[in-house]
Design a protein around this ligand. Sequence first.
Ligand SMILES: [Cu+2]
Length: 122
Amino acid sequence: MNRKLTLPMLLAGALAMGGIMSVAHAEEPAAVAGAAAEAKVIITADKSFRMFFEPAELTVPVGTTVTFSNEDGSNHKVNFSDGTQSDRLRHGAVYTRTFTAPGEYPYACAIHPKMTGKIIVR
Ligand SMILES: [Cu+2]
């Protein structure tokens, strides 16, 4: 991602009428090209208090930032098999991880090992 204004871009903006808008316009293609993908996994439970990740399996493009949002009343902790872990997430807490390499990233809740999921990065 390159969202920094370069000197030529600043000069171009300053020389054009309505300089600020021109700078914003000049920056637009880079911002779109570098737009980071985002996805969300909700931590929740059903009426039988069975807790789970939703969706349990999620496929995303490389560079995606996945937000795990604990919407359940219990604490949970996202524990990836590659060793990356969230903090203990209380109700309402979120954890984000950005996936920069393709692969499969299985995980489980460190507190409730039956809660499992997988992020597939392509
Ligand atoms: Cu849990």
